[in-house]
Design a protein around this ligand. Structure first.
Ligand SMILES: *Cc1c(COP(=O)(O)O)cnc(C)c1O
Length: 412
């Protein structure tokens, strides 16, 4: 049963055509534009089936075997399966799969290890830190004393000397490594060493690379961090949600930090969909997928650089690229809008060297569609043409439609 079939032919169309049209319109948008948002992907029909299942009806506060509600026989099995699969996939002693989102997982990690007012060292927001890494607009910046470290303005690489110096000066209770925009592998051993030197916990916020880790295309933070926080919906290709991994020593604190401290009932349809995604991520096909994601990102980065954009750190180790389009005569914000008009969907982002905004893009979604390096070369050229304002914008839109049409994300 294809997704289109689900959307078009079922009860929703008969009962609520207005909503059915919206869902169909979104499927159409996703299928006819290029999804280069680094945090997005296409989940499998199996993951979507779990999400749209009657598990959505079930209340399940607590943990398997210890619930506040009756009737949890089946969802207990689903959650145990998700936990076991996550532990196996990442080689972790403990997994909590209930976090509603990546941000909820970070909140739970802080709740497990910190008290309000504690000092935390994290990558500053202008350099790719997430909102939960100390933004004044977020609980993290309000409740904790964040000290930001940065990246080298020239190389774009994390300034390890600065991390060590700041850790020695401020003696943080925790150090956070992880980013929304860092294109290179993170040196977890280095962060572990600094954390040990100053007696800090190490929290790895691996929301972006955790899918690469699952398929063996990025180094794992699990052996190094006290707690690993992650999302399940980025490269990992599961449902929208979060999870936490830790050693047995912190298992109980992490579980209590998720429920009852920061959340109520678990979303069992999502937990089941996470189990499906972990099962998919354990296959050789997924390992091949994530390696292709990285190969595609490298080719796309090289293509953009050849077209004159300045690619941060000169390339990428991951699915993620940030680049300064200003040599082509546009800033990141204008570039994003111009590309959106052509059907190329991506984000603008802060760049290490400050004032100008850049572009952030990723290859997880287009690789799921089956695009390869040949298509990435074409995409780089297309992006550059749009940014230079060459040709009619509807010509670019047509080319995107044609390219995307060759790689439908779901069976039609
Ligand atoms: C995506 C992301 C998050 C937040 O995930 P949400 O599900 O949007 O809450 C947190 N930290 C990092 C580093 C991320 O990339």
């Amino acid at each position: 049963m294809s997704v289109t079939h689900t959307l078009e032919a079922d009860v929703l169309r008969r009962q609520d055509p207005q909503l059915a049209d919206i869902l169909h319109g979104e499927l159409d948008r996703q299928s006819t534009t290029l999804q280069l948002i680094a945090a997005e992907n296409f989940t499998s029909p199996a993951v979507l089936a779990a999400l749209g299942s009657p598990l959505a009806n079930k209340y399940a506060e607590g943990y398997p075997g210890n619930r506040y509600h009756g009737g949890c026989e089946m969802v207990d099995v689903a959650e145990r399966l998700a936990v076991e699969r996550a532990k196996d996939l990442f080689g972790a002693e403990h997994a909590n799969v209930q976090s509603h989102s990546g941000s909820s997982a970070v909140l739970a990690a802080y709740a497990a290890l910190l008290r309000p007012g504690d000092t935390v060292l994290a990558l500053g927001l202008p350099y790719g830190g997430h909102l939960t890494h100390g933004s004044p607009a977020n609980f993290s910046g309000r409740w904790f004393d964040f000290v930001p470290y940065g990246v080298d303005a020239e190389t774009g690489l994390i300034d390890h000397d600065q991390v060590r110096t700041l850790a020695r000066t401020h003696r943080p209770k925790a150090i956070v490594c992880g980013s929304i925009a860092y294109p290179r592998h993170i040196d977890h051993a280095f962060f572990r060493e600094v954390a040990d030197e100053v007696g800090a916990y190490l929290i790895a916020d691996a929301a972006h690379p955790i899918g690469l880790v699952a398929g063996g295309a990025a180094p794992s933070p699990v052996p190094f961090a006290d707690i690993v926080c992650a999302t399940t919906h980025k490269v990992l290709r599961g449902p929208r949600g979060g999870m936490l991994l830790c050693g047995s020593d912190l298992a109980e604190r992490v579980d209590r930090a998720v429920f009852p401290f920061t959340q109520g009932g678990a979303q069992m349809h999502t937990v089941a969909a996470k189990a499906v995604a972990f099962g998919e991520a354990a296959t050789p096909a997924f390992a091949a997928y994530v390696h292709q994601v990285v190969a595609n990102a490298r080719t796309l980065a090289a293509g953009l650089a050849a077209q004159g954009l300045v690619v941060t750190t000169g390339g990428t180790d991951t699915h993620l690229i940030t680049a300064d389009p200003s040599p082509l005569g546009v800033d990141g914000r204008t570039a994003r809008l111009r590309l959106a008009a052509a059907g190329v969907v991506l984000d603008s982002c802060a760049l290490p060297h400050g004032d100008v905004r850049g572009l952030r893009l990723g290859t997880a979604a287009v690789t799921t569609q089956g695009m390869g390096e040949e298509e990435m070369v074409r995409v780089a050229a297309l992006i550059a043409r749009v940014l230079r304002g060459e040709g009619e914008s509807h010509t670019a839109r047509e080319e995107v439609r044609e390219l995307a049409g060759g790689f439908p994300p779901y069976p039609r």
